[in-house]
Design a protein around this ligand. Structure first.
Ligand SMILES: C[S@@+](CC[C@H](N)C(=O)[O-])C[C@H]1O[C@@H](n2cnc3c(N)ncnc32)[C@H](O)[C@@H]1O
Length: 220
């Protein structure tokens, strides 16, 4: 299967189909200390900011991440996941949602000049060859000096779903199963600090590793 097919077709469909069972992944008991730390940290990252989020999903992080934000626009390609995000206990005077493809953010968003951006567990699904372009069009929606925050999974042998295939450009693929028995080959990468150095040449960034997650913060 071509990587472009995976991104355009397989990934959106997989997450639409997974929507109702998605948050079970956050139930793993050994991951709770990391998850609690991340929630508290996200709350502080976005205090007083107008935030654009891509690939919001079911909004797992939002009760904490949005708590002190001035405004928050969560976007995702799938209405199925945003319907679940809308059921969260959020302040809908400040928090709204919109369908958008993370690779083709609408011009109306570029006009908004957000002063922060967030993507949770998304960057790992961006093919290596599309990382720079994806970051560039995200930054086109941001004001100069805006804060960009990414969080994602680390690969932990024995705990993470194994990588069963690596393509020519270095993208890893996992074989995942949903509770309906369907199987899906999902692109999943585990970038290192060195890869971010190459992606953000000469830029200051903070890359932090927890036990099961990593965080990246830099200024647009
Ligand atoms: C791993 S989930 C992350 C959800 C959430 N950010 C979190 O941290 O739990 C990936 C999300 O990407 C969304 N997605 C897949 N392809 C997309 C695309 N091209 N544009 C925007 N969202 C996409 C899926 O619908 C899914 O909600």
């Amino acid at each position: 299967m071509q990587t472009s097919d995976n991104v355009a077709r397989v990934m959106p469909r997989y997450y639409a189909q997974r929507a109702a069972e998605y948050e079970r992944v956050f139930d793993k008991p050994h991951r709770q200390p990391d998850i609690a730390a991340l929630k508290a940290w996200l709350r502080a990252q976005f205090a007083g900011r107008r935030v654009l989020e891509v690939a919001t999903g079911t909004g797992f992080w939002l009760p904490e991440a949005t708590a002190e934000a001035t405004a928050w626009l969560g976007t995702d390609i799938n209405p199925e996941v945003l319907a679940l995000a809308r059921e969260k206990a959020l302040d809908f005077d400040r928090v709204s949602f919109q369908i958008a493809d993370a690779y083709a953010l609408p011009a109306s968003l570029a006009a908004c000049r957000f002063d922060a951006a967030f993507a949770g567990l998304w960057f790992s699904h961006v093919p290596v060859s599309r990382r720079a372009a994806w970051l560039a069009q995200l930054q086109a929606c941001l004001a100069p000096g805006a804060r960009v925050v990414l969080i994602d999974n680390r690969y932990v042998a024995g705990d993470s779903t194994p990588i069963v295939r690596v393509d020519d450009e270095g993208n890893g693929f996992q074989q995942r199963q949903l509770s309906d028995g369907s199987t899906h080959e999902v692109l999943k990468n585990f970038p290192t600090a060195a890869e971010f150095e190459a992606l953000l040449p000469g830029r200051r960034f903070e890359f932090r590793e927890l036990d099961y997650f990593w965080t990246l913060v830099f200024e647009a």
